[in-house]
Ligand binder design. Structure first.
Ligand SMILES: NC(=O)c1ccc[n+]([C@@H]2O[C@H](COP(=O)([O-])OP(=O)(O)OC[C@H]3O[C@@H](n4cnc5c(N)ncnc54)[C@H](OP(=O)(O)O)[C@@H]3O)[C@@H](O)[C@H]2O)c1
Length: 408
């Protein structure tokens, strides 16, 4: 049912369009367009791309939605103020478009800006929610949102689109190449299905001169600072163990529960990639037009065994979490059952990863090898997350790759 609905959304014509040549002649000469447009700038990957663009003094516009606590302007200003403090220099401000991807209104409101100024769109925003009924997330942002981005490209003559997909459009496979997409593979959740359909949608249009697709594996925090802004995947599993630990006496075996709950032997592999590396490779490709038009797996050639992953969670919780006094703690059986129940959503997700062939990426950025996310690095990232109370407070942690770094 979900697939049928989404296909019908794909089948809809993208616009009541003028022919693209007429469309283009109405706008500024394409060569006069100098600015970038970025979605997802408040997210983990997008914020790194925005920072790099601003550090390079590149003119950029971003789409930002209102959050519960801050206006779009305040959200962006807070991030930039933090970078300015770190780099001890002032940075230019992006042009902020306020809106939600799934609502085409903001695109209409800013039609003139796109027509006159925008040379390329980097569409990074997505909902990372694993499950959702049709008409809700992740479908709305990932499909309707991408459809709206394509309409902007078509209506305003933008010819270069950079689309952030995921390596997990591979679904359940043993090996996956950059030139593969829909081979009829089983996808493991609504998120993967929505990303697969969105990637098919962007590949299906004929009005772009270049489409560049980036497919990261599981993005974790910064390998140098441990920073992350969002706590999906690895962090969500860690956070669950950390939260439940507060009800348990010290010595509870989280690692064994994790492997049992997910039906793992410990010998499977997960492909973690740090955000600083993902964004550096993406930015390198983005800034080199000769590299456009390809699909890039932003994946590690040395994925992490699930046993290491489970041990890291055990050690991090043992070291940094607060446990209940022995007299007040729940039983270990309670922990195992509760952990298993709550991990249910991750069961399909944390299975053996395919081998992701990354020939295009290695050819495009041989000078940027992916840092290995081994136990030491994963422990560092886990400690940063727990010590910052999953983003709620500032802390200073020692990175295995550098001296001491500030997290905020
Ligand atoms: N993180 C991973 O492990 C991973 C792995 C593979 C691929 N990817 C892909 O990488 C891209 C970036 O992911 P991320 O890790 O940076 O995710 P993230 O930290 O959750 O950020 C998502 C970004 O998208 C924005 N967004 C979501 N729905 C939106 C909507 N309806 N309207 C406007 N903005 C919206 C969010 O805005 P708010 O701040 O307002 O929520 C945020 O800026 C995504 O395309 C994702 O599918 C991520």
């Amino acid at each position: 049912m979900i697939i049928r609905m989404m296909n019908s959304s794909l089948d809809r014509p993208l616009e009541e369009a003028e022919p693209s040549s007429a469309n283009r002649s109405r706008h500024f000469a394409y060569s006069e367009r100098k600015q970038h447009f970025l979605t997802g700038a408040t997210g983990l990957v997008g914020s790194y791309i925005l920072r790099q663009l601003l550090l390079d003094n590149e003119p950029v516009a971003v789409l930002v939605r209102q959050s519960r606590r801050q206006s779009p302007q305040d959200r962006i200003n807070t991030m930039i103020a933090h970078w300015e403090q770190r780099y001890q220099r002032s940075l230019p401000r992006p042009f902020i478009m306020v809106g939600d991807l799934s609502d085409p209104e903001w695109g209409h409101r800013n039609h003139e800006w796109f027509s006159s100024h925008c040379k390329a769109i980097l569409h990074c925003a997505a909902s990372l929610q694993f499950r959702g009924a049709p008409g809700y997330e992740p479908w709305v942002s990932n499909l309707e949102g991408t459809r709206n981005i394509l309409q902007i490209c078509q209506r305003t003559g933008i010819r270069h689109l950079h689309y952030v997909s995921t390596a997990y459009v591979a679904g359940v496979q043993t090996r996956f190449r950059e030139d593969q997409l829909d081979d009829g593979q089983t996808l493991r959740n609504d998120y993967e299905q929505s990303k697969m359909l969105a990637e098919k949608m962007v590949r299906g249009v004929d009005f772009l001169d270049s489409l560049t697709v980036y497919r990261p594996a599981i993005v974790v925090g910064d390998s140098q600072t441990g920073e992350t802004t969002t706590y999906h995947g690895f962090y969500a599993i860690l956070k669950l163990a950390h939260t439940l630990a507060a009800k348990m006496p010290r010595g509870t075996h989280c690692a064994r529960s994790l492997l049992q709950a997910l039906g793992l032997t410990g010998s499977e592999h997960k492909n973690f990639v740090p955000v600083d590396w993902v964004s550096r490779v993406m930015y390198h490709i983005y800034r080199h037009p000769e590299l456009h038009g390809q699909t890039y797996h932003l994946t590690s050639p040395r994925p992490t065994p699930t046993l290491d992953f489970a041990d890291v969670i055990q050690n991090a919780v043992e070291t940094y979490s607060t446990f209940a006094p022995p007299s007040q703690g729940f039983t270990e059986d309670w922990f195992h059952t509760t952990y298993a129940d709550q991990l249910d959503i991750y069961r399909a997700y944390i299975q053996e990863d395919p081998f992701f062939d990354s020939t295009n990426t290695q050819r495009a950025a041989p000078h940027l090898p992916c840092p290995e996310i081994n136990s030491e690095m994963l422990s560092f990232l886990a400690s940063c997350a727990i010590l910052s109370d999953f983003g709620k407070k500032k802390t200073v942690v020692k990175s295995p790759r550098s001296k001491s770094k500030t997290l905020s």
